[in-house]
Design a protein around this ligand. Structure first.
Ligand code: KG4
Ligand code: ZN
Length: 347
């Protein structure tokens, strides 16, 4: 077959992801996370993440090869995330990728992490058919490290960044609010759980960058630090009054604010650009309420929503391998060895 066999390495944050694909066919996708090691700090510690990548890479690569039932010599190319992400963490993956490419004499592809998240959607396991991306599409990528809105006209040649967070990422906001509510890290799933019995309308928290004046300049940008502060103030006031903090209501109301901002801006982009498709990605997509509201409001707006399986939404190596396979199929030349980690790499 002419489909390229690619091994992808992802180390931009706290997940060491190794994925192997043949074209759009997903062969293996191993993920080693250092999340537990960051838990007591309440967020990802770059130095700890980099060290964990160093330890996890070798066994992860071996496991991925074994699961895919291929050998290093069989590979047609190596792919690696070169940014955006944590510089030290990225460097570990890049070093490993360069070492493999040079020693095996295989082409090396440096790819963009955010575009990788979009590529996750075209991968399919043995059991399913791969559904190619339809263009154009708007993509909303939300994780602990990024919150970005993109206009995708072509995965390999034409991805436009429309906007991103000006402060915290959406997942980071979940983590910080969970912390101030006394819930463990990572906070997203905890808040999701606490919110189940809460009233999302109990407290009206602010929607960042949503006022008419903000929408003029920051139509597709996000801001969550004001929301986080509003939750902190609200909780402080309740405590000062000697009231018991209604955890479920605070969690549900906070979650509703985040979800509302994300979905409103994503659908505004769909409408402005006349794009009837929305792709969701990133670890925060695990949020049930987010998926629910996105599906509901998109349907009302005539927008079709695509959500890759959660294992491909969170950071992983398969999406990096998958993107490289698309680049190879489209005739892209490999990267030279001169590239390094670029924590703010543009799409
Ligand atoms: O993509 P991801 O696994 O990796 C990093 O960004 O490192 O995303 C993790 C983020 C964390 O901030 C976590 O709190 C958030 O996604 N998250 C959620 C949920 N599950 C994970 N946020 C909201 N609701 C969830 N159910
Ligand atoms: Zn990511």
């Amino acid at each position: 077959t002419s489909e390229p066999l690619v091994l992808g390495i992802e180390t931009s944050c706290d997940e060491t992801g190794i994925g192997i694909v043949r074209g759009r066919r997903l062969l293996s996708n191993t993920i080693a996370s250092s999340m537990d090691e960051h838990a007591r700090y309440g967020g990802v510690v770059p130095e700890v993440a980099a060290r964990a990548h160093l330890e996890a890479l070798q066994p992860s690569i071996e496991q991925a090869l074994a699961e895919a039932q291929v050998g290093l010599d069989d590979l047609d190319a190596i792919a690696v995330t070169s940014g955006p992400g944590l510089a030290g963490a990225l460097m570990v993956g890049i070093g490993a990728a360069k070492g493999l490419a040079v020693s095996l004499d295989k082409p090396l592809y440096a790819v963009n992490h955010l575009v990788g998240h979009i590529a996750a959607d075209i991968l399919a396991s043995d059991a399913e058919e791969s559904a190619p991306l339809e263009y154009p599409t708007i993509a909303l990528l939300v994780s602990g490290g990024h919150t970005s809105l993109l206009h995708v006209r072509d995965l390999t040649t034409d991805v436009e960044l429309l906007g991103e967070t000006v402060d915290d990422a959406a997942g980071e906001a979940f983590d910080k609010v969970a912390r101030l509510l006394g819930l463990p890290y990572p906070g997203g799933p905890q808040i999701d759980k606490a919110a189940v019995s809460g009233d999302p309308k109990a407290i009206r928290f602010p929607r960042g960058l949503s006022k008419a004046s903000d929408m003029a300049k920051h139509r597709y940008d996000f801001s969550f630090s004001g929301l986080k502060t509003a939750v902190a103030r609200w909780v402080e006031r309740a405590q000062l009054n000697g009231d018991e903090v209604p955890l479920a209501d605070v969690a549900a109301s906070f979650r509703e604010a985040v979800v509302d901002i994300l979905v409103t801006k994503a659908l505004a982009a769909c409408e402005d650009r006349g794009v009837p498709r929305l792709l969701l990605g990133g670890g925060v997509i695990a949020n049930k309420r987010l998926r629910e509201v996105a599906l509901e409001r998109a349907a009302a707006a005539g927008v079709a929503v695509r959500i890759p399986p959660l294992s491909l939404c969170t950071d992983n190596g398969a999406m990096i391998a998958g993107l490289a396979a698309e680049l190879i199929s489209s005739g892209r030349q490999p990267s030279t060895l001169a590239f390094g980690a670029d924590s703010t790499l543009p799409v």
